[in-house]
Design a protein around this ligand. Structure first.
Ligand code: PLP
Length: 372
């Protein structure tokens, strides 16, 4: 981790218009770092002391039931309790009304997840977080570059996390990023990313001066992990971030082509495509749809796969139904009917800026043939 990583972090921060971007080895690591830093007791060396907003053991974090597993595991690993709320089956996003209803005396944070390129409606969620003095951590691993009311998602809350796994909006093969406007928190991220070490701190000299008795080359001021990316990953990132806007424009064009081509199937309710939330310019990670029944979804899935079109469930479905949850302390707030529908009737096929016209057309013809 050296100059290429620093250059990628700078370019990423500039693109999103934020002060601090910390590159890590995956989106899961970005979430791990976010929650462990917030749960960290004190780190006076980087200005974090008397941390009364700290996530204490048993604190509740509100998350959607429709998300990827490693949005939730870091919350549990940091000693907190995930509180699952429902998602709208058509937009796939969690609803601020369910969040409001889920708040308890133990709530310390909200973790909205911008699912599959679409986005949670952020202004209402921001108000709720501010009124209740809650941390807001945006898992933006599936929505890099998505804008809402002109502002990039991931930049609304206290912390935004991103993934550059190769199926995502840009790739560094594996990789992730944590962003924040809070300089002290950013230093804690840099420290905890690399062993609790001071080597990559922006204020390294200042911190070293506080401990003159210790060799400054090997100074450890906190607990930490090794979540470091490599120069090789960063070299990809430096080029990829320049292409992000073009990539996303193409993703939007492809979604438009498919929606137009499927207009009559949508009108006669053969299936429902993902509905974009108000004010959002979705960047369409893939093309998610809901079928009328589970049987129909299963048959469509087989038909697509047989014709060379890979499909996926809508991420993990309703995560509360996954076996892992049997052994995880959690709370479910309200009904998870929307998440159940997503799990039982939903699927998505991929989208990619480099898809050829023939591939885009093959999807159209294959889907039409099924419903005919
Ligand atoms: C919403 C969400 N959060 C976190 C992650 C984890 O990212 P990574 O695969 O880079 O570890 C993903 C991965 O796809 C994701 O979709």
């Amino acid at each position: 981790m050296a100059s290429q990583c620093a250059q990628f972090e700078e370019a990423f921060a500039a693109h999103l218009g934020v002060k601090n971007a910390i590159f890590v080895n995956s989106g899961s690591s970005a979430n791990l770092l976010a929650f462990f830093a917030l749960a960290n007791a004190e780190c006076p060396a980087v200005g974090i002391s008397g941390n009364n907003k700290r996530l204490r053991p048993g604190a509740e974090v509100i998350v959607p039931a429709v998300t990827w597993s490693t949005t939730i595991w870091p919350i549990v690993q940091a000693g907190c309790v995930p509180v699952l709320v429902d998602s709208d089956p058509e937009t796939l996003q969690m609803d601020f009304r369910s969040v409001e209803a889920a708040i308890s005396e133990r709530t310390a944070a909200i973790c909205p997840v911008h699912v599959l390129g679409n986005a949670v409606i952020m202004p209402s969620l921001l108000d709720i977080a501010r009124q209740n003095k809650l941390w807001l951590i945006e898992d933006t691993c599936e929505a890099l570059g998505t804008r809402q009311n002109g502002k990039m998602v991931g930049t609304f809350g206290d912390i935004g996390t991103f993934s550059f796994f190769f199926s995502h909006h840009i790739t560094t093969i594996e990789g992730g990023m944590v962003i924040t406007q809070d300089d002290d928190l950013a230093e804690l991220f840099r420290c905890m990313r690399a062993h609790g070490w001071t080597r990559h701190l922006r204020r390294r000299k200042e911190v070293e001066a506080q401990y003159p008795e210790i060799d400054p080359r090997f100074l450890f001021i906190n607990s930490g992990f090794n979540l470091r990316p490599t120069e090789l990953n960063a070299a990809f990132g430096i080029h990829q971030i320049k292409k992000l806007e073009g990539f996303n424009k193409r993703r939007q064009e492809i979604a438009k082509i498919w929606i137009n081509a499927f207009r009559s199937l949508i009108d006669n309710k053969s299936f429902v495509p993902m509905r974009t939330t108000p004010g959002t310019e979705s960047t369409w990670f893939g093309f998610p749809i809901l079928c009328e029944t589970r049987q129909l979804r299963d048959r469509l899935q087989r038909h697509l796969e047989t014709n060379g079109i890979e499909t996926r469930p809508i991420i993990c479905g309703n995560l509360a139904r996954q076996p892992a949850f049997k052994k995880i302390p959690h709370r479910i707030a309200g009904e998870l009917n929307g998440a159940d529908q997503v799990m039982d009737r939903g699927l998505f096929w991929g989208s990619h800026p480099l898809m050829s016209d023939a591939e885009i057309e093959h999807v159209i013809q294959t889907v039409k043939r099924f419903f005919q």
